[in-house]
Design a protein around this ligand. Structure first.
Ligand code: ZN
Length: 60
């Protein structure tokens, strides 16, 4: 069972960093990283690496 390679970033149900189930797909993830410093840092770091590919989806 791969975790990182199959994450559905457009509609995540679980946090791909800690595995926590989100209250709602997408928006729930945004709320989650606001509450979890570790996941926020991981997400910020991840986003820096893929900005060129998906930046538009996450703006705002
Ligand atoms: Zn998390």
């Amino acid at each position: 069972m791969a975790v990182n390679t199959t994450a559905d970033w457009t509609n995540p149900i679980h946090c791909p960093f800690c595995g926590t189930e989100l209250e709602s797909p997408g928006a729930g993830f945004v709320d989650h990283i606001e509450e979890s410093d570790d996941c926020k840092q991981s997400f910020d770091h991840w986003r820096e690496n893929i900005t060129g590919d998906l930046a538009g989806e996450w703006a705002g």
